[in-house]
Design a protein around this ligand. Structure first.
Ligand code: MN
Length: 212
């Protein structure tokens, strides 16, 4: 689903679950619009930019984001914004599942307990981070190069990759992610999101981070 080895032209691959599969936590219409309109928009704009930049066409999203800082200013911002938008949305969508354990599993669970004291404490801190984002952005759980876990936030479509952190989980807190169902109640949305976090996927990402 992540298709993070993909290069130009990027395609909007289907989600690994139906749009209504996360009901009642995340509603069908929000999922449909989020995937078919918002993510599609980032993909279309990114392809539109890369169409005129053959030297960027062989790069994956992660490579584009890493290369962006060396690009001329007029290209840097649109590449970051749109490659970031594709990366962040795919990471968010593939981090949810209708069929997932309710709590973290395996090594990630052990690490969460080690770094935050307990899953409950982690949940509390993660939720505070998600609510602290002013305007649009994301809250993330990342693994640092030394092995520790860290909660952070990014504005707009920035990613933690630039800070040398390996993402394990993210929640999209742009209003379009929850406005239809929760209007301005972001906390209610974050609580619902916790019901559908794919802890198996998070564990895979965490284990993958250990080898890098
Ligand atoms: Mn979004």
């Amino acid at each position: 689903m992540l298709c993070q080895n993909e290069t130009y032209p990027f395609r909007n691959v289907p989600l690994p679950y139906a749009y209504d599969a996360l009901e009642p936590s995340i509603d069908e219409e929000t999922m449909r619009l989020h995937h078919e309109r918002y993510l599609q928009g980032y993909i279309d704009r990114l392809n539109g930019i890369l169409k005129n930049c053959p030297f960027l066409q062989g790069m994956t999203l992660e490579e584009l984001l890493a290369a962006a800082k060396t690009l001329p200013p007029a290209l840097r911002e649109p590449v970051c914004r749109n490659a970031g938008g594709v990366f962040n949305h795919r990471f968010y969508f593939s981090g949810m599942s209708p069929d997932s354990p309710e709590e973290p599993v395996g090594e990630l669970n052990a690490s969460i307990c080690r770094c935050f004291g307990s899953f409950e404490q982690f949940r509390k801190e993660f939720k505070e981070a998600a609510l602290s984002v002013f305007g649009s952005g994301y809250a993330w759980l990342c693994r640092l190069p030394g092995g520790a876990l860290r909660i952070c936030t990014t504005p707009n479509q920035q990613t933690p990759l630039a800070r040398n952190m390996h993402p394990v989980l993210n929640v999209d807190v742009w209003e379009h992610a929850y406005f239809l169902k929760h209007v301005n109640l972001r906390e209610e949305y974050v609580n619902s999101w916790f019901q559908v976090v794919d802890w198996n996927e998070a564990e895979s990402r965490y284990l993958c981070a250990l080898t890098t």
